[in-house]
Design a protein around this ligand. Structure first.
Ligand SMILES: NC(=O)c1ccc[n+]([C@@H]2O[C@H](COP(=O)([O-])OP(=O)(O)OC[C@H]3O[C@@H](n4cnc5c(N)ncnc54)[C@H](O)[C@@H]3O)[C@@H](O)[C@H]2O)c1
Ligand SMILES: [Fe+2]
Length: 409
């Protein structure tokens, strides 16, 4: 892709935090960063994942706020899916404590609650009032987001995702949800268990690849995608194998962050497929994304896509210019990380294929997907997912087994 290719096309917006603190121990600078943005001293609401709160992972953050003259007020978010009710409780907590700013520390769950609660806290709206796309909202409290997983990119996006009373996902999408400050501190992710590292890392990989495929891609999102794919492809296996490998933790944290920036272009078919899996099996989001991603790439492999060669080369680490090979490589990566790679492995049979395809078309359509969704083509694709046989599978065997070198560059 040339610079001129990148800049051609429909204008796109690109949102990002105003300040990003990056590096080992960066979280110690949180308090002074808030002071640097002229946030007056007072109570700061700290919305923390319960595991993070209980394992002392938020200690340096709390000390940093105190040192800068703030009074941190900790709200530990219960384990499990973040719900509208939990977010309302967090909001009530912030209002009762009369907070001047909010810090969210944890994975996507804690950050999403912190985001929407901070947006509501400066006014008199409830969480429910703020659900939807671009709801009417005034600027919220200054917001800092500190990821402790290496996946969602929620520390940069304009989205907060919650579950309603019936367990369905509802979202608030608003530019005001992009934080003032993001902190990327690899020390905070050292204790992330291998299975969570693998699943959240493949969620990040899915964001990066799908955002690159998206028709809403921009020059900035494309660059973020490619950097994220490069980092995650190289370092995610090492982060899963040895959580104390600091090079791997740094690279995957930064890779997931770049993938979050790439999300300015949105996701495509892979996340639609992942939601249809989640509707049938209660699995971590990253696991469903990991199963779906190779099929998303294979479905789009034949479509007109500028930069397809660069995408394939980045995924295959220079081994192939072919997106079918890249799809096979992503499936192999998931397998290497110990994740399932077919629907059969998670107990979903081919009999579900047409229903899942219909859900993609009717519930999760993606006009930004390069190849249009059609019921027949998606039914075939999901049928293939059931057995784990990728379309274009002759090359799959080559890339996926011991003979990686045979795929032409
Ligand atoms: N806002 C967005 O743009 C966006 C994007 C994608 C996904 N999401 C949402 O993010 C949520 C998933 O987030 P996630 O994948 O980060 O998982 P998560 O926040 O649910 O955390 C996963 C698990 O890891 C634990 N954990 C977190 N940090 C840890 C650490 N440092 N050490 C040990 N354990 C730790 C948590 O307690 C939890 O059990 C979903 O609700 C999803 O809808 C949001
Ligand atoms: Fe995702």
């Amino acid at each position: 892709m040339t610079t001129s290719d990148l800049l051609a096309g429909v204008p796109r917006d690109f949102l990002a935090p105003r300040q990003v603190l990056v590096g080992d121990g960066a979280v110690a600078g949180t308090g002074s960063a808030l002071a640097g943005w002229s946030v007056p001293t007072g109570a700061v609401g700290v919305i923390a994942d319960v595991t993070v709160a209980e394992n002392g992972i938020a200690e340096t953050l709390l000390q940093s706020l105190e040192t800068a003259g703030y009074a941190p007020q900790l709200f530990a978010l219960a384990a499990g899916e973040p719900t509208v009710t939990a977010a309302q409780q967090a909001l009530d907590f912030l209002r009762a404590a009369d907070t001047v700013a909010v810090v969210g520390i944890g994975g996507g769950s804690a950050m999403d609650v912190a985001k929407i609660a901070a947006l509501a806290a400066a006014g008199d709206k409830s969480i429910r009032d703020l659900l939807g796309i671009n709801p009417e909202a005034a600027p919220g409290l200054p917001l800092v987001l500190v990821p402790t997983t290496t996946g969602t990119g929620a520390e940069v996006t304009r989205i907060s995702m919650l579950a309603d009373d019936r367990g369905r996902k509802v979202i608030c999408s608003h530019p005001l949800l992009v934080p003032l400050v993001t902190v990327l501190d690899p020390y905070l992710v050292v204790g992330l268990p291998p299975a969570v590292t693998a699943a959240t890392g493949m969620d990040a990989m899915a964001h990066a690849v799908e955002a690159f495929l998206s028709r809403n891609r921009s020059p900035l999102s494309a660059q973020a995608s490619l950097l994220a794919i490069r980092l995650l492809r190289e370092w995610l296996p090492r982060a899963v194998q040895n959580g104390h490998d600091m090079d791997a933790r740094r690279a995957t944290l930064y890779g997931a962050h770049q993938a979050g920036l790439a999300l300015n272009a949105g996701v495509v078919l892979g996340h639609s497929l992942a939601y249809t899996i989640a509707n049938r099996k209660h699995l971590p989001h990253g696991v469903t994304c990991a199963i779906a991603l190779p099929y998303c790439l294979a479905y789009n492999a034949g479509s007109e896509l500028s930069g397809a060669t660069e995408l394939a080369l980045t995924i295959t680490q220079g081994r192939s210019e072919d997106l079918d090979d890249a799809a096979a490589e992503l499936r192999q990566l998931a397998e290497d990380l110990g994740l399932p790679t077919s629907l059969a492995e998670i107990g979903i049979g081919a009999g579900e294929a047409q229903g899942m395809a219909r859900e993609c078309v009717e519930l999760y359509p993606r006009p930004s997907n390069p190849r249009p969704f059609t019921l027949d083509a998606l039914t075939d694709l999901v049928t293939a997912m059931a057995t784990g046989k990728l379309p274009g599978a002759e090359v799959t065997q080559t890339v996926g087994s011991n003979d990686r070198g045979r795929v032409s560059a």
